[in-house]
Design a protein around this ligand. Sequence first.
Ligand code: GLC
Length: 531
Amino acid sequence: MSEEHLWWQKGVVYQIYPRSFADSNGDGVGDLPGITGKLEYVASLGVDAVWLSPIFPSPMADFGYDVSDYMDIHPMFGTLEDFDSLVEKAHSLGLKVLLDYVPNHTSDEHEWFVESRSSRDNPKREWYIWRDAAPDGGFPNNWLSEFGGAAWAWDEATGQYYYRAYHEKQPDLNWRNPEVREAMMDVLRFWMNRGVDGFRVDAVNHLVEDESFRDDPPNPEWREGDAPYLSRIPVHTSNLPETHAEVAGMRRTLDAHGEAHGGERLLIGEVYLSGDELMAYYGEANAGFHMPTNMELVRAAWDARKISAYIESYEAALPEGAWPNWVVGNHDNGRIASRVGVGQARVAAMLLLTLRGTPTIYYGDEIGMTDGDIPPELERDPVAKSSPGFGRDPERTPMQWSEGENGGFSTAEPWLPVPDGNFATVESQEKDSRSMLALYRNLLALRRSEDALSVGSYAPFEVRDDLLAFVREHGGRRFLVALNFGDGSVDLGTPFGGRIVLSTHLDREGEDVSGSVSLRANEGIVVEAGG
Ligand code: GLC
């Protein structure tokens, strides 16, 4: 292992959606003891950190992204003691623990908002964003909510609107208020004092809004059927320049803690941007996020040339010293195996785990879980109701541990259904040396043993039709990664002499290649240079 890279630069993050990972107390919803009981499994994958989606007290209007107390655990998930046990167990297994940090909004049931809405002159009034109605009684301006409809919710008692970028039970905090900022820094300190190794910062683009509340302009490219929120260009509600100072403040809080207590704490920011706007989130002199999320593999068309072009432009745009990040799935987007097909999901896994930078794996993707089929009466996500067709339940279904009752997830009926009939499970894939799970374990082991694949340089090698091939190199070790994005065979035209160390099909390791090499349908290979 070379010393100059930090744990998170070589590391791989595994995202757990706590409601859906493992239910230890038979109420149909996952919990912390459930996760703790599965940490050996997580460690056995070969990942380095777990990121937990929110576990804090919450009325669950947005399934935990509406926090009513930042410094406690929702009883449904367990207790602070359960959390301490989870951290202790994770650390003993060599796993770091990252938490979701939701700074943009609280729940309307958070005591800060309860106070804020209690009267116009309450000291916490300015902790949120309150506006008078327009002269005709309508909304203060045309701002829209990500979850559909106007971004303004009326408060009858005090006769004003409050702003909410998401659900009406998620009022936006006012980050222009120094008291808010300080209270939210305390949240970071609280969890770091409990041993947390870092945070994924939620919805950071919405942190600050235009001070003079100007209307957002209409989006001329919006078409009927697109998400309603996209009908405006959110220039006054998203990614305002002021946001970067707030991110730098969070980072200073982490760095100060890291210096005092040893060990760098990691700050990842949820952003869906590209180019300069994305890069700006690394901050001046890289004093912002260690990594803003790079969501292009989630959004892009699954096309070898387009993805290759994107990788190159992303690499080229990274500021000096900024570290790359790659994501193929999360709790807000359809699963990779449904987006590109189960066969191509293997190619996607190889791509994700052989690119330069820090990859994030979404729970269940390692067994090729597909989107759940959720009948309307079982839909839970508020977005499924406010923006029909855009609900996120399908990618949040319970982890499929076994073919037993409820997929081995719970003894009770799960909060979201597990599929009927045949479905991918950890138990069955553990027994199959060529399963998706085996592929993930092999890829992660290879990445861990070869620095070239985590921190090595990236150079495109050959891109043609369905073929994407690139070379990774570090400390004299050189690897070719060749991926077939199609379901016909494809030949590598440029010679690369070496030996196959891994195929997505897990059946041609050790094969010598020199001159031309053929990739079968949906196949990717890693070739170690030599000979
Ligand atoms: C982020 C979360 C998403 C949530 C939203 C509001 O985008 O990933 O799940 O609904 O923020 O907190």
